[in-house]
Design a protein around this ligand. Structure first.
Ligand code: GDP
Ligand code: MG
Length: 601
């Protein structure tokens, strides 16, 4: 395929606006897959199907005939959730344009805005497309007006489609050919390619998804990367159509997957591949995604340490945003501190560990990265510099030697129908947010921006926002530096003994309320045991809340005297099952999910 006939593009949209549906339609229309051959071909991970979100960017190469000429369209599907903006960033690297998809009913949403700015920042051609025009309440004219405001132009050339029914989808293909320029590449230059995704395959090992910027690459060649000074032999090259199709050579402008004898750890996203013995200027890589939320992840039993390590390594290759370091805890043994982009990212990662690797890890409550400036640090040998950085409550420094604590802030963008604005503003204030901007963006839509502590949004902000607006408000965020904060460590004691793994860091103004909630939740979560358990929350020596868990009578079935044998058996089985998932903390056994559940509503 000549370079002039190549188009590299992504579909970007707010979650649920129909990216996956449109991608499937494009695949069908170009004959890459048969119609109705299965739902949402590009969302191929189990977790994604369950949650209906695209976690991992997937790519497909399609052929489209336009005015008698054959074009190669490389479509890169992107994830649509706030937590995964780093992946969106990455998938845009090979693209010269994007299809900005907006739901005709929902209109412009927070991620529509975020994606638009991202595309503009990268100088990409933007094709605005309004989807779901078949819906009864669809209001494409109103959405067009919102797009005019967003794109800051009176003449938006929007395409109206129904991805579900297939109406107008051919116009999207034509617009991709007409409006998006071919990639600027040089086929006569030495081979140079960007790794923009990589994953682990059971049979082929590490696979790198590459965008060939210059030259070409063939099977059997020796390659190196700018990052890793090793050399590798190219074993397979395949195009994703979307099912792997082997080719011998891949040319500049194309997107394809390469397997070679590269180790998982060596396939760095953002790295540049070149031929061995042929030095090239590295392509502009990526800013590595920054983990914002940290949790401890531990095996249920130390005998599972090695297998859990292997599973985490493999998943981490699939997910460059994950960052794991070893740590150990008194009660839980050896494990890892893992950094995630956000709470959903963390949940998806843990769920994949469970589903794809059969792991049953214990996960501790998430925390953000705090900083503490140490008083007269010269005299304090325990701390190296003037500032201590920590994301684990265990490392909370003694407040007596800290002159100031700092917490990470974000700038949140919320888009909502005006009816919910009062409630949302009060939620933001409750979360210690400071208003930055409120503006109308067309129709009854308002855009709000708040500077808020990240700590306040990681747990349930998104859920609160969704429920108070019946799902209509949307949210996106960017990080926004550190600000001084009066934070304390909230200690949890079981029968007078401090359980580090249950402690969290909170703002002083919230310590009491959080302490009470925590105790109530623990009281609900911990099963009754043979002895009484005092559950306490404290800051320093000051106890803020207490619950008492009464001991239980041993036989859970005792009250079911006589009668129902099956019910009795079932109860005993449940009890046995329950035991398996318990973790002993001293003499007290806690269910596996206690550590993460106590902070949720
Ligand atoms: P994504 O999150 O952007 O990938 O969105 P999906 O493609 O998964 O679509 C979200 C939901 O919208 C699914 O239930 C789709 O069936 C539905 N949907 C997508 N396109 C259309 C459309 O054109 N019309 C209607 N009525 N529903 C659609
Ligand atoms: Mg999707």
């Amino acid at each position: 395929v000549p370079v002039e006939a190549i188009r590299n593009f992504s579909i970007v949209a707010h979650v649920d606006h129909g990216k996956s549906t449109l991608a499937d339609r494009l695949l069908e229309l170009t004959g890459a897959i048969k119609a109705n051959s299965g739902k949402q071909v590009l969302d191929n991970l189990q977790v994604e199907r369950e949650r209906g979100i695209t976690v991992k960017a997937q790519t497909a190469s399609l052929f489209h005939s336009y005015r008698g000429k054959r074009y190669l369209l490389n479509l890169i599907d992107t994830p649509g959730h706030v937590d995964f903006s780093a992946e969106v960033h990455r998938s845009l690297a090979p693209c010269q344009g994007v299809v900005l998809l907006v739901d005709a009913n929902d209109g412009v949403q927070a991620q529509t805005v975020a994606n638009y700015y991202l595309a503009r920042e990268k100088n990409l051609v933007i094709i605005p497309v309004i989807n779901k025009v078949d819906l009864k309440n669809a209001n494409p004219e109103k959405v067009k007006e919102q797009l005019q405001i967003l794109l800051d132009t009176d003449e938006v050339d929007v395409i109206k489609i129904s991805a579900k029914l297939g109406t107008g989808v051919d116009q999207v293909l034509d617009a991709v050919v007409e409006r998006i320029p071919p990639p600027t590449v040089a086929r006569d230059q030495p081979f140079r390619a960007l790794i923009f995704d990589s994953w682990y395959d059971k049979h082929k090992g590490a696979i790198s998804l590459i965008y060939v910027k210059d030259g070409s690459l063939s099977v059997g060649k020796q390659i190196s990367s700018a990052h890793m000074k090793k050399s590798y032999e190219v074993r397979n090259i395949f195009l994703l159509r979307p099912h792997a199709e082997n080719v011998k050579t891949i040319f500049a402008g194309q997107v394809g997957a390469v397997s070679c004898n590269m180790k998982s750890k060596e396939a760095h996203i953002g790295d540049t591949l070149h031929l061995r013995n042929q030095s090239v200027e590295p392509l502009e890589g990526f800013k590595p995604p920054k983990p914002m939320v940290f949790s401890g992840v531990y095996p249920m039993d130390q005998s599972q340490f090695v297998s859990l390590q292997a599973a985490i390594d493999k998943l981490a290759l699939n997910d460059s945003a994950v960052n794991a370091t070893l740590e150990s805890s008194a009660a839980l043994g050896r494990g890892w501190r893992i950094g995630f982009l956000g709470l959903l990212h963390m949940e998806v990662f843990i769920q994949r560990l469970e589903q794809e690797y059969g792991a049953q890890p214990i996960v501790t409550a998430p925390a953000v990265t705090y900083k503490a400036k140490i008083l007269g640090s010269k005299n304090i040998t325990k701390y190296q510099g003037d500032t201590v950085i920590f994301n684990n409550p265990v490392h909370f420094p003694d407040p007596q030697i800290v002159s100031e604590f700092y917490e990470p802030m974000i700038i949140a963008t919320i888009i909502t129908p005006d009816t919910y604005v009062r409630e949302i503003m009060s939620l933001c204030r409750e979360k210690r947010g400071v208003e930055k901007l409120t503006k109308t963006i067309g129709g009854d839509r308002l855009m709000l921006q708040y500077v808020m502590p990240l700590n306040e949004v990681i747990l349930d902000f998104h859920d609160c926002l969704k429920s108070m607006s019946s799902g209509y408000a949307s949210f996106d965020y960017e990080d926004y530096d550190y600000e001084p904060a009066d934070i304390v460590k909230l200690n949890v004691l079981l029968n007078g003994k401090l359980v580090e793994e249950l402690c969290t860091i909170v703002h002083r103004s919230k310590a009491s309320e959080t302490g009470k909630k925590l105790c109530v939740k623990l009281h609900e979560t911990i099963p009754r045991q043979l002895f009484e358990i005092a559950i306490q929350a404290a800051v320093g020596a000051k106890v803020l809340a207490r619950e008492t868990l009464k001991p239980y009578k041993k036989d859970v079935t005792a009250k079911l005297y006589g009668g129902d044998v099956t019910r009795r058996k079932k109860l005993l089985a449940q009890q046995a099952e329950g035991k398996k998932k318990m973790k002993m903390i001293g003499k007290i056994s806690l269910p596996r999910d206690t550590f993460i559940n106590i902070l949720k509503r």
